[in-house]
Every structure is written in structure tokens, then in C-alpha cells.
Design a protein around this ligand. Structure first.
Ligand SMILES: NC(=O)c1ccc[n+]([C@@H]2O[C@H](COP(=O)([O-])OP(=O)(O)OC[C@H]3O[C@@H](n4cnc5c(N)ncnc54)[C@H](O)[C@@H]3O)[C@@H](O)[C@H]2O)c1
Ligand SMILES: O=C(O)C[C@H](O)C(=O)O
Length: 344
């Protein structure tokens, strides 16, 4: 028994040495990913998932406090990325310099009874300051905005970058991947399909009714009733609230968000590295509708957004949802722009 265990340990260690040699010999370019808010509920698991990503060569972890510990912990994982922890304002520049992708989950989460917009007063200022630093230290980075309310924080970031003269709409993304992750999970469960084979585009924004899953375009197509589609739509729109209530005051989605954030950052890295046909939904500057920002499928490439796809054919129910969401989304976008202009 003991010999058998020893043998399996020896073979495991042989295979991990082999894996390390393989990493060293891959042709993946050097890529620096920075996480701002890395010691938080999303930041920690997201940092770990980025440490596991072989496309990352440098992982830079920044938060107001606690990042040296998170970085030391992550750094012991035997994967390619070199990990560095930075804390406090004075280290923000070093954390950001040379970044290819900056992921921003810095800010406060919701408690039961709150909307994402209730976070605006605190998170708007945090995002504005962090984006000012991004413009200064890594103006060419792809920015993955996770901090809520995404419908307003992305417009804030765009105004900050415009003021700094660094704005490139192809490089700014609101991360809406969690809506897609949820839509896939709920749809696959209801339809009895293997979840890994399911795809569902989610468009609009990232709050309540502005989240519009397009189940009429789901793959594979399942024969669900109108009432099932309405329930799935509502559950996707309320997915964040479902987690906030279940956590009962201890924050919002962190683990599923870290997973979703890691998928989106990986797509950005693949695009930068020239991998073809990388498509994800994201909230970006867009002319798909009359609104200046909108989430839809985008193709990622060496410059960030290479192509923004239109909405395709919508069902009557989705068309109504689209018209209904525009009022709220427009107001949230304008609120962000106005805040950034006033506080410039
Ligand atoms: N886009 C999405 O789908 C999605 C999903 C889940 C949560 N969120 C949002 O992500 C944000 C973070 O959520 P969380 O659960 O990780 O919260 P958290 O409170 O656990 O962590 C936030 C972290 O941000 C840090 N922070 C605050 N101000 C900072 C600053 N100026 N610079 C650097 N770091 C700073 C805090 O110290 C903390 O460690 C919230 O706004 C939440 O609503 C978005
Ligand atoms: O719901 C929240 O407040 C967090 C996040 O936006 C989510 O969708 O889980």
C-alpha cells in the first residue's frame, strides 16, 4: 500500500516537472495582468485563477491593504506567472506599469435591499481614481471593469481616459460574463442539456432589466415554453440579487464572478496573442443601438475589440425587453458621464 502511494507521488512529481518544462518551452508572449482590488472577495479567487492561466507571465496584485499576503500565497503555486503584491496608493504606479490587461474589482459590494446603483456614490470615486492611474501608467492596457454599477463605471472610465487623452474604445470593457455564465447554467438545467455544450448571448447592460439574455439564440435550441423563457430571463436578471440575499449581508457573488472574470481576461489575452475567433459578450462603446454603450457579442483581437456584432433576430419578448431596458440603461450611462465630467 505504502509503496503504491510512493509510486503515485513519484509519478505525480515527474509529471509536474514535465508540465513546468512545457510551460517554459511554449511560445506564449510575456503578458502582465494587474488586478486592482486583489485582496477582496472577488480579487482573491480571481488572482488565483489568473495565476493558473499559462498566458500570464506577470501577475500584479494591488489593493489598499493585504496584497503582500495574497501575493505570497499565490506565488507558491507552481505555474508560469511571477506574482507581485502592491499595497497603498504609493505603489499603484509600480503595480500598473507595463500591464497588458488591468482587471478592476475594487469597490464595495451590495447588501440585501440595495440596487447596484446604490453603490455609485462610493464606487464612482474609486473607479475614477484607479482609471486616472491606468491612463498615466499603462494607457494601452485592456481594462476589464467589474466594479458596480458597471452601467455607470464604464462610462466614468471612458471620460477619465478621454480627459487624459488616452481613450481607445477598443480597450475598455464592462465585464458582463457572469450574466452569460448564469444564463448558460439556468438554461442547460431547465432544458436538460449538458451545460458545457450550451451558449447563450446576453446583451444590454449589467443591472436588473438591463440584462437581456437572448434565449431565442441559445445553442443548442431547446423546446421551452414562453413561460419557461420568461422565468429563465427573470432568474438571469435577478441572479446577482439571489446571491446577495443568500449571503445575507456578507457581500455579493465572488466565486462565480472570479470564474467569469477569469474567462473574460483569458479571452482578452488570447485576442492580444492573435488567437482567431475569440468572441465574448461585453459592455462596450457601441452603435448597435442608439445608446453610447451596450453589451453584445464582440470579437477580441490584437487591439482589443476587433468587431462588435449586432443583435440578430430577436423574439417579440426579447424585442419588448430591449425597448424596456433602454430608459434605465441610458440614465445610468448619463449618470456616469455626468459624474466624471463634474469631478474632472
Ligand atoms: N460585474 C459583475 O458581474 C460583478 C459581479 C460581482 C461583483 N461585482 C462588483 O465587484 C465589486 C467588488 O466586489 P467584492 O465582492 O470583491 O467586494 P470586496 O469588498 O470583497 O472587495 C473589494 C476590494 O476592493 C478594495 N478596494 C476598495 N477601494 C480600493 C481602491 N481605491 N484601490 C484598490 N482596491 C480598493 C477593497 O480593499 C477590497 O479588498 C463590487 O462593486 C461588486 O458589486 C461585479
Ligand atoms: O449583484 C451584485 O451586486 C453583484 C454582481 O453585479 C452580480 O451580478 O452578481
Amino acid at each position: 500500500m505504502r509503496t503504491q502511494m510512493l509510486r503515485s507521488v513519484q509519478s505525480a512529481s515527474k509529471s509536474s516537472k514535465f508540465a513546468i518544462r512545457n510551460y517554459a518551452s511554449t511560445s506564449n508572449p510575456e503578458r502582465k495582468v494587474t488586478v486592482l482590488g486583489a485582496a477582496g472577495g472577488i480579487g482573491q479567487p480571481l488572482s488565483m485563477l489568473m495565476k493558473l492561466n499559462p498566458l500570464v507571465s506577470t501577475l500584479s496584485l494591488y489593493d489598499l491593504a493585504g496584497t503582500p499576503g495574497v501575493a505570497a500565497d499565490c506565488s507558491h503555486i507552481n505555474t508560469r506567472a511571477q506574482v507581485f503584491g502592491y499595497a497603498e496608493d504609493k505603489e499603484l504606479g509600480k503595480a500598473l506599469e507595463g500591464s497588458d490587461v488591468v482587471i478592476i474589482p475594487a469597490g464595495v459590494p451590495r447588501k440585501p435591499g440595495m440596487t447596484r446603483d446604490d453603490l455609485f456614490n462610493i464606487n464612482a470615486g474609486i473607479v475614477k481614481n484607479l482609471c486616472t492611474a491606468v491612463a498615466k501608467y499603462c494607457p494601452n492596457a485592456l481594462v476589464n471593469m467589474i466594479s458596480n454599477p458597471v452601467n455607470s463605471t464604464v462610462p466614468i472610465a471612458s471620460e477619465v481616459f478621454k480627459k487624459a487623452g488616452t481613450y481607445d474604445p477598443k480597450r475598455l470593457f464592462g465585464v458582463t460574463t457572469l450574466d452569460v455564465v448564469r444564463a448558460k447554467t439556468f438554461y442547460a438545467t431547465k432544458a436538460g442539456l449538458p451545460v458545457e455544450e450550451v451558449n447563450v448571448p446576453v446583451v444590454g447592460g449589467h443591472a436588473g432589466i438591463t440584462i437581456l439574455p437572448l434565449f431565442s439564440q441559445a445553442h443548442p435550441q431547446a423546446n421551452l415554453s414562453e413561460s419557461d423563457i420568461e422565468k429563465l430571463t427573470k432568474r438571469t436578471q435577478d441572479g446577482g440579487t439571489e446571491v446577495v440575499e443568500a449571503k445575507a449581508g456578507k457581500g455579493s457573488a465572488t466565486l462565480s464572478m472570479a470564474y467569469a472574470g477569469a474567462i473574460f481576461a483569458d479571452a482578452c489575452l488570447k485576442g492580444l496573442n492573435g488567437v482567431p475567433d475569440v468572441v465574448e459578450c461585453s459592455f462596450v462603446e457601441s452603435n448597435v443601438t442608439e445608446l453610447p454603450f451596450f453589451a453584445s457579442k464582440v470579437r477580441l483581437g490584437k487591439n482589443g475589440v476587433e468587431e462588435i456584432y449586432g443583435l440578430g433576430t430577436l423574439s417579440d419578448y426579447e424585442q419588448k425587453g430591449l425597448e424596456a431596458l433602454k430608459v434605465e440603461l441610458k440614465a445610468s450611462i448619463e449618470k456616469g458621464i455626468e459624474f466624471a465630467r463634474k469631478n474632472n
